[in-house]
Design a protein around this ligand. Sequence first.
Ligand SMILES: [Zn+2]
Length: 180
Amino acid sequence: MPKLCKAAIQLREQIDDDYPDRDRKSDGWVADARHVAKGTSDHIPDARGIVRALDIDANLNAHPEETYALVEKIRKCAKRGDKRIKYIIYDGKIMSSILGWKRRKYKGANPHRSHFHISFTTLGDNDGKWFDLEGDRNERLKEDGGKLGQDLHRNSPSDVPSGRLGCRCNCKCGSSISLA
Ligand SMILES: [Zn+2]
């Protein structure tokens, strides 16, 4: 029985969470007979039955530009170093680690307009960890010192600047900072 690699299952779940009412007509993963006959596609199960490709319908049932934005998020996630993503094809362009994930012209027969295609590396076979699509994981680590999941008390009254505060840098400079 063919099975989809864990990374692809995770990515599809995240997209489903963000676009619950998206169109799924052009979704797909395991190759049809035509693909198998051609012989080279990550949609074809390997010897262990693992499929390393995912097609996501381009109609997210939201504003049309969100498809581009979503593909951009996946591209940037890969560019930032998520090595589970092998390449992406959408709207006549292919994006891969070649040329640093720049969009390049895709010369295949199907320009991929009704759906976008994501191929995964073998690193994604059993690695279904969350994809950092928003690119804010490092930001958050900086902000709250790595205590992910613990809310910063941004809105607590003591954090709201008011009037003049003494220098809080412990440098004993005795200066005052006006926050008015
Ligand atoms: Zn595909």
